[in-house]
Design a protein around this ligand. Structure first.
Ligand SMILES: [Zn+2]
Length: 294
């Protein structure tokens, strides 16, 4: 093959950059009923080249969906105290130095990079609102009714409110390990949630019912697949699914097998804690109370 042929061949196979109209068309083709709130998890780079970048994706989402919500989590606010409740998947007193690096949450604190640049772009939209949880805030457009449900004791309440209104989840180039709503299914199934501490308003605030590991969440795929609508936009695989089916599938799965959706990392503090508690429960051992140690 000559250099010229190679170049032509590359031009034929190389996907064209994605534009606003293509995104709008693709989002409209998803079976999400009009008016339903949509929780979006995204990776911009998964699309390949997008003309206008994250602004284009966020603009197309806002154009097509009545209300959109994105995770704008901020883990840099977390501190680890010297002591606390048992079975909390944390090594107390282990991060005295790291605690000094922690930052106080403020309403305009940028979302962690892990949330993706599209989520951060939605957060910065002039009409966006953001909830006030120092670790697990959500931002959204026309989504105040969901965001305002969040409490320090119920970080997943915005997802529960979207579930009540027939909400959907949209995964743009990310898999179920980014699918935060599965944590709500865990919570409803009675899975162990954790207590965390974060810096906010000159205080250390206690955040209860905090979910933890999602590394094992792709095991939900074969069960949820019948309810998932899949599409391809550019290089990205797009998955849309109703919150109701996602959360009920998760809840039933964990109620049938309390170790379902745990990850296989041998050093995972959270999944190992759940396994330990399940064994303890099977052996009829009463878990220690909050005040006892050891
Ligand atoms: Zn894990």
């Amino acid at each position: 093959m000559s250099n010229h042929d190679a170049q032509l061949n590359q031009e034929a196979t190389e996907p064209k950059p994605i534009g606003y109209r293509q995104l709008v068309r693709a989002f409209r083709e998803l079976p999400i009923p009009p008016g339903r709130p949509v929780l979006v998890h995204s990776s911009l780079s998964a699309f390949g080249e997008v003309l206008g970048g994250a602004e284009t994706v966020a603009g197309a989402l806002a154009e097509v969906f009545n209300s959109i919500v994105v995770p704008t989590f901020t883990y840099k606010t977390l501190v680890i105290p010297e002591s606390g409740p048992p079975d909390n998947a944390i090594t107390y007193g282990s991060q005295a130095d790291m605690n000094k690096m922690a930052e106080f949450f403020y309403p305009d604190m940028p979302a962690d990079k892990l949330m993706g640049v599209v989520a951060e772009t939605v957060r910065r939209h002039p009409e966006a609102h953001r909830s006030g949880h120092p670790v697990m805030s959500f931002a959204g457009l026309n989504a105040r009714q969901y965001l305002e449900k969040q409490l320090l004791t119920e970080p997943l309440a915005p997802i529960a409110a979207m579930y009540d209104r027939g909400g959907w989840v949209l995964l743009l180039g990310v898999d179920h390990t980014a699918n935060t709503s599965i944590h709500l299914g865990e919570r409803l199934a009675g899975r162990k949630m954790y207590t965390r501490w974060a810096l906010m308003s000159d205080l250390i605030v206690t955040c209860t019912n905090t979910p933890y590991c999602s590394d094992g969440f792709n095991a939900i795929a074969p069960l949820i697949d019948p309810f998932v609508d899949k599409a391809r936009i550019g290089k990205a695989e797009v998955q849309a699914m109703p919150l109701h089916e996602l959360i009920e599938t998760t809840r039933q799965l964990i109620q049938a097998d309390q170790t379902a959706l745990l990850c296989s990392r041998t050093d995972c503090p959270s999944c190992n804690t759940v396994r330990r508690l399940v064994i303890r429960l099977k052996n009829g051992i009463v878990p220690p109370t909050v005040n006892s140690h050891g």
